[in-house]
Write a protein that binds this ligand. Structure first.
Ligand code: SF4
Length: 341
């Protein structure tokens, strides 16, 4: 099905599919195989530049899941981390969903397991569960309402004030929601994205002070920026310079900003889209080590292998998918779940 000489070069080194250069031959073969499977290639903003460049659509996880549910393609190749591909499967159960490497996990999603949530619920039997979208399908299935960073406050405000709430897994987003809603009956799970624990108060303050006049873009859609949201809310960064933006808004702002420098508090993969949108602006990462190693497991070799062999397929059992879909749909019914590309 594929140029076997290319496929033969692919091997795993240090847990990552490698052995392929992202050249024209690779790009032609990826497109040919995608056409043959009637597949659409979706890439998260934090993917490697060569993966973003070959994808049919680039965006955040929910925007990509919406595109996935509306496409005529038979197969969705989700270049992102596993819980995102699961969400696409939950919303499009009739389609084949492939992820180029099923080991591409998420430290934030892994910080709250279904077993832990079951135990937590047993300790608070009357509480409602609000879970951030960075969770496994099994955790979503035990959740009353999902939320994104953009709508977490609205979701919690929509729930009865006298109800206890279990909020997880991100402790920064939970603290932000507790502060913004003024509720003291929110229990927050102590999970975090270890990758982005590096976007800390000192690094944010130092960058803002050493670039006076620079704008600060914060993308609240992945766990990575939640600590920055918390710090901005605390007043660590001057309010007028802080722009909380979806990835789509970030790209529009990138095109129209009057500043010559923009600090970006999110995963470094986002810089690729911003620099393409406005090459005249110096976009700087608040923390240039804030790179998600799981996102970077989706290599050119992994994508080619995935399309050639139909691996790795993502499945969610029907019972789990139905319950998880309800938690996502309740969120969508409450309000804007955050926008996309
Ligand atoms: S950046 Fe953090 S929260 Fe986002 S996918 Fe990677 S590990 Fe998960």
């Amino acid at each position: 099905m594929t140029d076997s000489s290319l496929l033969e070069q692919i091997h795993k080194t240090d847990g990552v599919w490698t052995g392929i250069t992202a050249d024209n031959l690779w790009a032609d073969e990826v497109r040919r195989l995608a056409r043959r499977r009637n597949a659409v290639i979706l890439a998260h903003n934090y993917e490697l530049p060569e993966i973003q460049d070959i994808a049919d659509h680039v965006g955040d996880s929910l925007a990509l899941s919406r595109i996935a549910s509306e496409t005529d393609a038979d197969t969705i190749v989700f270049c992102g981390v596993h819980f995102m591909a699961e969400t696409a499967k939950i919303l499009s159960p009739e389609k084949t969903v492939l992820i180029p490497d099923a080991n591409a996990g998420c430290s934030l999603a892994d910080s709250l397991t279904a077993e832990e949530l079951t135990e937590w619920k047993a300790e608070h039997p009357d509480a409602l569960v609000v879970s951030y979208v960075n969770t496994t399908a099994a955790v979503k299935a035990l959740t009353d309402v999902c939320c994104t960073s953009s709508n977490a406050v609205d979701v919690v405000n929509a729930l009865p004030k006298d109800k206890e709430i279990l909020f997880g897994p991100d402790q920064f987003l939970g603290a932000h929601v507790r502060r913004e809603t003024g509720r003291d009956n929110i229990h927050v799970w102590s999970g975090e994205c270890h990758v982005h624990a590096g976007i800390s108060g000192p690094s944010l303050t130092e960058q803002v002070h050493s670039h006076p006049g620079a704008d600060l873009f914060i993308h609240p859609e992945c766990g990575c920026a939640n600590s920055a949201i918390y710090l901005a809310g605390e007043g660590t960064v001057p309010e007028e310079r802080v722009h909380m933006l979806s990835t789509g808004e970030m790209i529009s702002h990138a095109k129209t900003t009057r500043q010559s420098t923009v600090l970006v508090a999110t995963e470094v993969g986002m810089l690729h889209q911003l620099r393409r949108a406005n090459p005249g602006v110096d976009f700087k990462a608040v923390n240039d080590r804030a790179a998600c190693p799981y996102m970077k497991m989706i290599t050119p070799a992994a994508l080619l292998r995935c399309l050639a062999l139909g691996q790795d397929e993502v499945t969610v059992d029907e019972h789990t998918a139905i319950a998880a879909r309800q938690a996502v749909e309740r969120m969508i019914a409450i309000g804007n779940p955050g926008s996309g590309e």
